[in-house]
Design a protein around this ligand. Sequence first.
Ligand SMILES: [Zn+2]
Length: 308
Amino acid sequence: MAKGPLEVIGEALEEYWTNPLSLVVLFACLAVIGTLVYVFLSNARNAKLRVSLLTGLYSVSTFLWLFIAASLTLCLSFASTVAYKRAWGVPAAVGCAVLVSFALSGVVSVVAWRRGADRVLRDIPTRAPEGEERWLTDYVALVSEFEGIPPVDLRVTEDEKPLAMAVSGRRHVVIVSTGLLAHLDRDEAEGVVTHELMHIKNHDSRFKVFSTVASRFLFFDPFSKFFDPAVHREREYLADEMSGRTTGKPGSLASALLKIHERANGGPSSLAGLSIVGREGGIFSRFPPVKERISRLIVLSELLHRSP
Ligand SMILES: [Zn+2]
């Protein structure tokens, strides 16, 4: 009696997932994820390390899901073919699944990195700084040179809301709104602009666009639901801290954050996740609580200004 299609697929899946090679790939991914989670949880205050760990977690979990999806697709497609039944069928399928996962991750990255930024920049009408705003261009050039950041274009957008964001595509752009410049004094504006420049230095401006596209693509992934916002929260703390150290005035950034938080009722939804302050929502929010950001900046300010 011939086997039914379900039986054939069941056998193929069993053969695939009991093969040492596929199990090695699967458990290697899980072991890496477990290790990264452990080191992450045991380094609560090390923002720089946690940022790298979370970025790694994000990549490994993306790869893991693509590998599982590719494996299942291959099993279903080739279950009834003769090649699968031969000794090299399963190893070949595992090899294919690994290659397909790498290739797909690559395609997602290229599309996100090339197109994402251009799209954001197209959505926001901007102009060059005029009149009294011109100091911003010189300031950005100065900080970029000191920090070794590639040339950054500073653009102004006409908007009453206090907005600031960094976007990286073929070029690096920092956008500030007229509302932001109107309500902040010069020290505060410097703190905010430096915070955005640090996002460019840390490659966050690219990563944000990339992960937004990737998490839409992997909407079912529990890791990206939890770890992706966590990565962004850590990156905010890091950019705050680096801005405070560079300007030497973390207190000014703290007061800027407070002013922006009081005036902004969330940015436009298409830009969610890119602005300096955004909606707070616990572990699923891309922004850390403003209160915590301010209190960390005040501690940094006390540290920097301690008299001997
Ligand atoms: Zn930021």
